[in-house]
Design a protein around this ligand. Structure first.
Ligand SMILES: Cc1cc2nc3c(=O)[nH]c(=O)nc-3n(C[C@H](O)[C@H](O)[C@H](O)COP(=O)(O)OP(=O)(O)OC[C@H]3O[C@@H](n4cnc5c(N)ncnc54)[C@H](O)[C@@H]3O)c2cc1C
Ligand code: SF4
Length: 524
């Protein structure tokens, strides 16, 4: 009797805990392409293609390495189209003595996994995901008893634990965080180097056809598909980033340039989240670039903070706050998602460009997500669950554990400040400072109210005013509230009327973009 090792689509690491200690001749690895996962929200076509292609390549690598792999394709006529259904069928086929699996990244999937034991007589062992630095239990221990959670303090612990950028007990350079040096707006003509290209091979081409056949009406384009689908390709992408973009990653980290979709960002999050790259190894290599004098400290510290700080912290918060986080709506925001999040058809040049890169690449960088797409949803009071569905659908790197806290906690303050100390709300002036969007926009960023004024300006004060009861005592918002109170009554009324007029003409999106209408739902 064998051990059955189910491996999910974002667990594509040869060092996965469930494979460790298993004998190749006594183990069946189970991999499953199931419609339930591809359609529980209607994921971007490129995201489905990426995951299925990476899974197929990983299965081939395992077989070449001597593992026995039972691979269930989407088109398999017997496919039950759910993880649970496939594990039951595989248990019947192989009669294993043990089912050994790594915990998933999604609360919903974990609930299903916890039920597997009721369907099979053999024990089901669920292992912690050792690809993270901080386990769920360790994070809960760190958070216990703290009045508020702050990434910065968690991050320092991770620096001490890993020794990354440490000189003994002290941070290299004497400071933990060099974020203040990483906020330059873009000079005219700022351009990032081209990304390495990964032309689709036979497996990827086949998967792209499959996605076009089954998910033709999902959001997004496939013609620019350029994601690394193996650990080898991901390594090429990582090496190119470390050599060509890391040195300027920090300086232009917050900059946005129309039509420049990647600038100096890593563009590695899909590969990291799927398990094709080890984030700690990346951090060590980034530190080596600093130690060798090839990249400045502010850039390297910024990159390492994103990975061992934000990424680990976000995951810890997800497991601490689920399932409540998915329902949180501290600011009682109930407006439906506007249709331009799907169509890109809006006169707001910043939003139009961010939706375009999202559609073309299944990617937008952090500041586009936070300060344009997220900021607009925050200011306009869009319902967090609709915003979260959109973010989960559209990005190649979006998995529930990382998408939801970023959207509900960081972008929308829907958790009331458990993740971040204040809402990331900003008017048009911020977007103008950090981008070249406003010059080509039909709205005027310097105008505060009226039909030609940048909508972010009046929406900002509408947000401040309508949330005063909940936010005005937040010390970090003392300045905006003092300014609002000092403002002339007629000026305030003008802002509010201008914002209301703008909000009135927003067209709500059809909810079917993100989730299939119930009556249409069918396996592919
Ligand atoms: C509203 C919103 C939604 C987001 N949704 C996702 C998501 O679904 N999946 C996802 O991986 N990231 C998400 N992020 C975080 C971040 O925007 C992306 O990780 C980043 O844009 C990926 O591009 P990159 O690889 O070029 O990252 P870089 O900017 O080059 O950063 C390097 C790496 O740091 C990590 N990282 C940076 N910031 C974060 C963060 N806040 N949370 C977790 N990891 C981080 C990523 O692994 C990333 O690859 C979201 C952020 C916001 C504000
Ligand atoms: S003017 Fe306003 S809406 Fe237009 S690009 Fe600038 S910030 Fe965006």
């Amino acid at each position: 009797m064998t051990v059955l090792v189910p491996i999910l689509g974002d667990q594509l690491s040869h060092a996965l805990a469930s494979l460790q200690g298993c004998a190749k001749n006594d183990t069946i690895v189970l991999m499953m392409e199931v419609a339930e996962e591809a359609t529980h929200v209607r994921h971007h076509k490129a995201k489905i293609a990426l995951i299925f292609s990476a899974m197929r390549h990983f299965a081939a690598e395992l077989r070449a390495d001597g593992w026995q792999v039972d691979y269930i394709g989407l088109d398999d006529p017997e496919n039950s189209n759910s993880f649970t259904g496939e594990v039951i069928r595989a248990a019947q086929r192989h009669a294993p003595r043990l089912i050994r699996v790594v915990e998933p990244g999604d609360w919903r999937v974990e609930q299903a996994m916890l039920d597997w034991q009721t369907f099979t007589p053999c024990p089901v062992e669920i292992l912690p995901d050792s690809r993270f630095l901080c386990s769920r239990d360790e994070f809960a221990g760190w958070a216990a008893g703290r009045k508020e959670l702050r990434m910065e303090f968690f991050y320092r612990e991770m620096r001490r634990r890993t020794g990354l950028l440490m000189d003994g007990k002290d941070p290299v350079g004497g400071k933990w965080n060099y974020d203040a040096e990483n906020r330059s707006g873009p000079p005219p003509g700022l351009k990032g180097p081209p990304l390495p290209s990964f032309a689709p091979d036979g497996i990827t081409a086949e998967v792209i056809d499959l996605v076009e056949a089954h998910f033709a009406d999902h959001f997004g384009a496939l013609d620019r598909f350029n994601w690394p689908v193996t650990a080898g390709e991901a390594e090429l992408a990582a090496s190119a980033f470390l050599a060509e973009r890391l040195p300027t990653f920090g300086q232009w980290q917050d900059a946005m340039v129309r039509g420049q979709d990647f600038l100096f960002h890593a563009v590695l999050s899909p590969a990291i989240n799927l398990g094709l790259l080890d984030p700690i190894d990346l951090c060590r290599r980034a530190e080596a670039e600093y130690r060798a004098g090839r990249a400045p400290l502010a850039a390297v510290e910024g990159f390492i903070r994103q990975l061992i700080g934000w990424r680990e912290y976000i995951r810890g918060v997800y497991w601490l706050e689920m399932p409540g986080l998915a329902e949180d709506n501290f600011l009682e925001a109930n407006r439906p998602l506007p249709d331009f999040y799907w169509t890109g058809q809006t006169d707001m040049a910043c939003l139009a460009d961010c939706v375009r890169t999202t559609r073309d690449n299944a990617y937008a960088h952090h500041i586009q997500r936070l300060m344009v797409l997220g900021n607009f949803a925050l200011l306009a009071g869009i319902k967090p669950q609709e915003v979260a569905d959109w973010f989960l659908v559209v990005y190649a790197d979006a998995f529930d554990w990382v998408e939801l806290p970023n959207v509900a906690g960081m972008a929308l303050f829907a958790d009331g400040g458990r993740l971040a100390s204040k809402p990331y709300a900003a008017s048009g002036a911020y977007i103008d400072r950090m981008s070249n969007y406003c010059g080509s926009c039909r709205y005027k960023v310097k105008l505060k109210t009226g039909p030609d004024a940048c909508p972010f300006n009046s929406l900002y004060w509408h947000f401040v005013d309508r949330n005063a009861a909940k936010l005005s005592r937040n010390m970090r918002l003392a300045n905006p509230y003092a300014t609002w109170r000092r403002m002339d009554e007629s000026k305030r009324a003008e802002y509010l009327a201008s914002a209301e007029a703008f909000l009135q003409q927003l067209q709500p999106a059809d909810a079917g973009w993100a989730r299939q209408h119930q009556e249409e739902r069918s396996p592919c």
